[in-house]
Design a protein around this ligand. Structure first.
Ligand SMILES: Nc1ncnc2c1ncn2[C@@H]1O[C@H](COP(=O)(O)OP(=O)(O)OP(=O)(O)O)[C@@H](O)[C@H]1O
Ligand SMILES: [Mg+2]
Length: 439
């Protein structure tokens, strides 16, 4: 039978709680001041504490701290009639098990206490927590045969000045690979200039890259050098190359052939020495076939191609990457989440349509939300489901959701954009939900 300590200054409510919990079979001690509570908690005898927040000169948060000091595993349920975003965040940050807004139904209290009890049971003892010694320090993680092949090729091409085309599904790491090519090349100390071709309006791409003279277009109030010239002797990374329009394809082809830039509105040719690395998640060969991408440009770009394998083909890497990201987010958010064997297995068996980026976001979410910081198979399944585009009919369980929102906001220091991303919802949606939660 579990012992439970109730800390509540309201005599009526205290009596109700004691009677109710005793009827449910708990051994209940009750006190009405923080002083009595702290005295009892030093003994560390209570696995579960139910405490009011606003008590006397000290508060339920002090009770929470004392309880965890006496017994780090203690589950503390806080209650208050004056809930605010701040108290919820503070309580969550210092490790409250849950938070009940008064008035609450006794059934809700019971359900919460039962959940606390369950969290205290050692989880499946066969499902051990895992770890990996000496995680690599490099940014590009992976020791699968597919990745080792990639490293070999990368190191070899980096030494040359050859143009490289990086291909691979979304989230496979093309951007990191481009940076690594530069960093491992003799140009490493010279500029590295990434350009997201999809993010720049097609009409501006030419002047952005090649520069423009004063008066070349409305708003061009002075001569501007382009990004390519600014990166002279370094590397220019043309990301999302599959998105450029026909006019720019022609301009780029001419540049690759002549290696000179001519600013928009100028007749002067400027000689530049830059290495071009391009990337795409589109099937350029198919685009060429369909007449959407110039074949001659494609030949100029793919002097060397690096093909990034999808994550599902990198045997063993999911585990490595998961631990790598877990360490990162544990440090970033000051957490202690652990991955279990069953959790690893579950991650391994997933197909990862969003590749490494998806794994990264999933681990970030799990680090914050996994119950008790234990990432096991059930936690992984739930997180994957939550990330998949959801069907509005299944959007029930408002309470569980509200709980998740609180936890994520607390871990991200109330950063709404980041929280929305971790929760897999849009920022607008998060605001709407917060409003509905009264926060
Ligand atoms: N091998 C890896 N090791 C560590 N982190 C990785 C690895 N591959 C990818 N990542 C991380 O995954 C995320 C996505 O990678 P990146 O942006 O390079 O993908 P991409 O191939 O450019 O995708 P897209 O086609 O959608 O632009 C990044 O945060 C990156 O740091
Ligand atoms: Mg990219």
């Amino acid at each position: 039978m579990k012992s439970l300590l109730v800390v509540e200054d309201d005599t009526g409510l205290r009596g109700t709680l004691v009677t109710f919990l005793e009827l449910e079979g708990y051994k209940v001690d009750a006190v009405s001041t923080t002083r009595e509570a702290l005295a009892r908690l030093d003994s560390g005898h209570y696995p579960i504490v139910v405490s009011d927040i606003y008590l006397d000169e000290r508060s339920g948060l002090d009770v929470l701290e004392a309880a965890r000091r006496g017994n780090p595993g203690c589950a503390v349920i806080l209650m208050t009639g004056r809930a605010s975003m701040e108290t919820v965040m503070k309580a969550t940050a210092i490790g409250a098990f849950d938070y009940l807004a008064k008035p609450f139904e006794l059934d809700l209290l019971l359900e919460t206490v039962k959940r606390a009890e369950k969290s205290l049971e050692p989880a499946d003892p066969g499902d051990e927590e895992t770890d990996i010694d000496d995680l690599p320090e490099t940014e590009l993680i992976g020791s699968s045969p597919a990745m080792v092949d990639l490293y070999k090729k990368l190191v070899r091409v980096a030494q040359t000045g050859a143009t490289v085309l990086i291909e691979g599904e979304t989230g496979t790491g093309k951007e990191i690979v481009a940076r690594m090519i530069h960093k491992s090349s003799p140009r490493a100390s010279m500029p590295y200039q990434p350009v997201d071709c999809a993010a720049i309006a097609p009409s501006l791409l030419e002047s952005e890259l090649f520069g423009a003279v004063r008066g070349a277009y409305t708003g061009a109030d002075r001569d501007r050098s382009g990004l390519i010239e600014a990166a002279n002797r370094g590397t220019v990374f043309l990301d999302e190359i599959g998105e450029i329009d026909a006019a720019f394809q022609t301009r780029l082809l001419r540049f690759l052939e002549e290696r000179t830039v001519r600013p928009v509105g100028s007749s002067k040719q400027i000689k530049v020495d830059v290495r071009i690395v391009a990337a795409t998640n589109r099937d350029i060969a198919k685009m060429v076939e369909e007449g959407k991408f110039r074949e001659d440009l494609w030949f100029r770009l793919n002097v060397v191609t690096l093909d990034l394998p999808p994550l599902r083909e990198r045997t063993g890497d999911v585990r490595l990457l998961a631990h790598f990201f877990l360490k990162r987010y544990n440090e970033r958010y000051n957490l202690t989440a652990r991955l279990t064997e069953s959790g690893e297995k579950e991650l391994d068996s997933y197909t990862w349509p969003g590749n490494v980026r998806q794994l990264q976001h999933l681990v970030e979410r799990l680090a914050i939300l996994a119950p008790g910081g234990r990432i096991d198979a059930a936690a992984v399944r739930e997180a994957i489901q939550a990330m998949e585009p959801r069907d509005h009919a299944t959007e029930t369980l408002a309470d569980a959701e509200a709980e998740q929102i609180r936890k994520v906001l607390s871990a991200t220091n109330n950063n709404k954009s980041r929280a929305a991303r971790i929760l897999g919802i849009e920022r607008k949606t998060l605001y709407r939900k917060l409003e509905r939660m009264g926060l």
